[in-house]
Structures are given as C-alpha cells and as structure tokens.
Design a binder for this molecule. Sequence first.
Ligand SMILES: Cc1cc2nc3c(=O)[nH]c(=O)nc-3n(C[C@H](O)[C@H](O)[C@H](O)COP(=O)(O)OP(=O)(O)OC[C@H]3O[C@@H](n4cnc5c(N)ncnc54)[C@H](O)[C@@H]3O)c2cc1C
Length: 579
Amino acid sequence: MVDRSISFIRSLCAGEIEQEVLFPFPKMDPGEKELLDPVLEAIDDFLAGREADFQAWDRQGFFPPELIEELRQFGLFGLIIPDSAGGMGFGNRAYSRTLQQVARHDASIAVTIGAHSSIGMRGLKLFGTDEQKARYYERLASGEMIAAFCLTEPTAGSDAASIRTTAIDKGDHFLLNGSKIWITNGGIADFFTVFAKTGEAEARSHLSAFIVTRDMPGVSVSEHEDKMGLRASSTTSVYFEDVKVPKENLLGPLDGGFKVAMNILNSGRSGLGGGCVGAMKNLIHKASTHATERQQFGQPIGSFGMIKGKIGQMVVDCYAAESAVMTVAALSDVPYDDYSVEAAITKVFASEALWRSADEALQVAGGMGYMRELPYEQILRDCRINRIFEGTNEILRLFIALTALNDVGQGLREMAKSLSGIFDHPIKGFGLLYDYAKKRANWAVGYKSAKRSLSKCHALLRVEAELFEDLTRDLAAMADRILRKHGKNIIGKQFATGRMANVMIDLFVLGCVLSRVTSALDEKGPDHAASEKDIATIFAGQVRTRVHQHLRMIDENDDELLKELAVQTYEKGYTWDLE
Ligand SMILES: Cc1cc2nc3c(=O)[nH]c(=O)nc-3n(C[C@H](O)[C@H](O)[C@H](O)COP(=O)(O)OP(=O)(O)OC[C@H]3O[C@@H](n4cnc5c(N)ncnc54)[C@H](O)[C@@H]3O)c2cc1C
C-alpha cells in the first residue's frame, strides 16, 4: 500500500530514497488508454499539414473564430471534465499526453486549450461546489464557455499575494474592482477564475478566488496583446468595474485564495510539461530530417560529430522531460497529498530543455533556421514564455529549494530544541541527538539501509543506481551544509538556494528516467531497450558532472563578487567602454 503522504524529493533531501513512489514507472489505465489513442490519432488528422495556417495566424496575431469553433467541435475544451457532464473525463496523464500531441503541431492552439483546462477552470474542478459544477461544467466542456485564469496585475507578477483587485463584501454579493493583465484566453473567455483581496488592502494573506462571467455588468477586456510568441493565442487585460459577484460564486474558502491559486498551478503543471515535450518531439523530427537531407562538404551534415551531439542531446532531454512530466501527472492522478515540489521541478526542467532544443534545432538548420519561411524561429519565439508564465523558473527554484531546506531546518530545529531541553528531558533529547548523529554518520560512510538504496532499479542499471545513491547522500549533506553556513539568512542567499534547486531537479528527473528505463528493460528486454539504457547512462553522467560542480561551488565561488558587480552597475551602468 502506497503512503500518499510521502514526497519523493522532500524525503530525498533528508537522504531517504522512497523508491516505491517512483517504481514501477506509472502506466496509463487500460480503459483510459483505449479512450486516449483515438483522440491522439484524430488530433493528428485534424492538425497535420496545416503549417501554412499556423504560420498565417502567427503573422496576423490572432486565431480566426472558425478555428476556435473547430476546437469546440473536436471536444478539446472538455478534456478534464467528467463524461457525465459532457467531457472526456481524462486524468492528468491522458490530459498531458493530449496537450503533447497538440503541441507537436502548434503551441498557440496548445496554450489556448491548456489555459482553459490547466488553470482557467481547474479551480472549479478542485474547489467548486456540486452546485457550481452543475452550473458551469457542461458549458465549459462544450467550449460554449472558454475559461481564463486571472491573477497577474500590473504591480503583482511573481509576488502574487500583493494583488490590488478588491472584492468587498456587500451582504448578498461581493463588489469587485481592479484590473488583470496578460490573461491567456482573455479575449475569448466567458468564465474567469479571478483572485481578489477580501481583507485589508495591505494584508497579503487575505485573498479569495471568484467565478466571474463575461455577462456580469462591469466586466470588460482590452485589445489583444502584440506578443513575441504564441501570437495567435488570445492575451488581453481584463477589467472589473463595480462588478457584483454573487456570494455563491466564491470559489474555495473565503481568504483561502492564495492556496487555491497555488493548488491550481500545481495541479495544472503536467499540461504545460506535456506541451513542452510535444514541441521537443516536433523539433527532434524536424532537426534530424534536416540533418540527414542537408549536404555540406560532400556529406549530410548529420554525419558530423557536432551535429550528432546536438540531436543526441535533444533526444536525452526529451526522454528525461517526458519521464518526469508523466511521473508527476501520475502522482497527481493517485493523488499524492503533496507533489508540489515535484510538479515545480518538471516545469523548470521541461521548459529549459525545450528552450535548449529549440535553440539547437535552429542551429542545425543554419541560415535557413533564421528565415521566417521555416518554422524554427516561430517555435523559438513560442516556447520562450514557458520559462516565465505559471511561475517564473527563478521563483520556482526558490520554492523547490526553500521547501526542502525548511524540512531539513525543521529537523535541525528539533535537534536544537532537544539540546536546549536536554536537562529537562534527557531521554527524548538524547534520542533525537542520537538519530541525527546516526543520519550524518550514514551520509558520511555511505551506509545502506532500506531507504538508502535504489534496489528497484534494473540490474543492468546498477552503476547508475549506485551513482543515484551517492548523489542522494551528497544532496542531503548539501542541504545540511548550506543551512549550517547560512542559517536563517538562507532566504536571501539565492546563489546557494539556486544550486540546491538545480541538484534536486537533476536528481528527481534522474530517478524518473531510471524508473522508466527499468520498466523498458523488464518489458522489452535488454536488446530492444538498449537505446533507452544508453539514454539513462548519458543522462546519469551529465547529472553527476553538474551535481559535483554545484557541490564544489558551495564554498568555492565568486557569488559575492558577482553581486557587487551588479550593484555597481545599478549605480553607474557599464563603465568599461574602450576608447
Ligand atoms: C504570454 C503570457 C501569458 C500569460 N498568461 C497569464 C494568465 O493566463 N493568467 C495570469 O494570471 N497571468 C498570466 N501571465 C503572467 C505571468 O504569469 C507573469 O508574467 C509571471 O508570473 C511573472 O510575473 P512578471 O512578468 O510580473 O515578472 P516579475 O515578477 O516582475 O519578475 C521579473 C523577473 O524577476 C524575477 N524575480 C521576481 N522576484 C524574484 C525573487 N524574489 N527572486 C529572484 N528573482 C525574482 C523573475 O523570475 C523574473 O525573471 C502571462 C504572461 C505572459 C507573458
């Protein structure tokens, strides 16, 4: 029986490998798969061969209404709504896989569907009452209502708790005033999940979520934004002027809006991750086709080592990202109580892997890649946003590391408390001290207990599994060392937290890869899974190099010099022009 309260990565930071969470690699429920396969095929039929349309919509900067109608007809707005309400009833795995398939063709379409299901109406699914669901599900499933998520404001981006939109309690309704910016689907949505202050304007915690519909007097939207990428997808400001929002449209608990927003974003991350994986598969196809067709120096450019290196790395990145995205989608389907750090990890890894792939695919295409005639430059523009929206990768790195460091700090605080209370409660105090000393000793000598080993890995992956075990000890020691070095000042030590997050990201993704390759070796046999085994070997080697570098840099770094240089530049600018 799985313990659903466990977070694999948070345990890992304490040196414990909860391998049951990752092994065996999650498989889709056969019933769901049976439903999914024809949908994937139909998506290809629907979108394949329409590159000229995608390009034209990118140039004009919006979708024609006929395309939105086609998406409705296809049922793409009902992916996560129960079939009893007219949806497809997909769990997060099937949902993520569907977005992957759409994103293989066009990112603007994927983001239109994703903003509706991943964030726009997900609050209704997670926190809505039966009455609220009955009121909106069917119209959302059919796409009669398209949904949008309204959190960001001109002065509140990453610092979401600082929003200024207010919802004042007027007895039978809330009076909503404020404005939101850069809202995906803003121009085509009728259903808005809106976050507003319900307490003191200055109080950061008193946020609530509301269902607001386009027909409420006082709701309006701006013109479509002129963006770098995802140009066809609708992005607008949304304004609320004395909007009377009925009491029954409160979504989730009063003043519990921050938690509602974070839960929506966590739960929806496998949509964005799936989109990144789909785009990477498209890039791999395009770049490898070009590499085999384009001749230079009398041979295909794909025969040169540097080009092979790029294509091979794209494959490793895509496999790794897909392994992590599908693992987290499965964790949220179980559901585990807390997979928020794992979900943040997949968003950071997949969005950065896609960015690297888009850059390298364009490089493989050479000058042609820079021409607007080919799709590489559009893909590069389209995918850049993934590192920014739904939580920037910087904020998510802080969240990933600080959550883990807080856990470790809790352990250290317990120990400190036991020390101060040692004379009052000698037995309890010594017990805690003993446990902690044992843990540290275990990290140091590489002692193997049940939770120190990745024994579920396939025998052919023994080297990689042992590396994982070693790096887990390094991670636990790193957390301990960083906390001892910076203490409660850790919040302001972003170089250190960034390194810790990077190690956690690499180890979680490696764990997912090892689980997936283990299943592949078991099911297909070593011959048929030989390339997947190679992917695991390559990725593990890259993780080892990166982790060792991060570890070294805890003490050997130029962090303070770099920060000083930035401060100087804020004051004086760049002052080293050569005459
Ligand atoms: C195309 C597009 C679609 C969007 N769709 C939606 C939507 O549907 N709904 C919605 O509500 N919002 C949406 N957004 C807004 C998006 O979520 C925000 O842009 C994002 O949260 C970042 O906020 P910001 O742009 O204000 O950046 P800022 O918060 O100003 O950050 C600027 C930079 O500073 C960094 N930074 C900020 N704080 C810290 C810190 N403490 N430590 C280190 N670095 C920090 C950030 O990582 C970033 O690199 C969309 C944005 C775009 C561009």
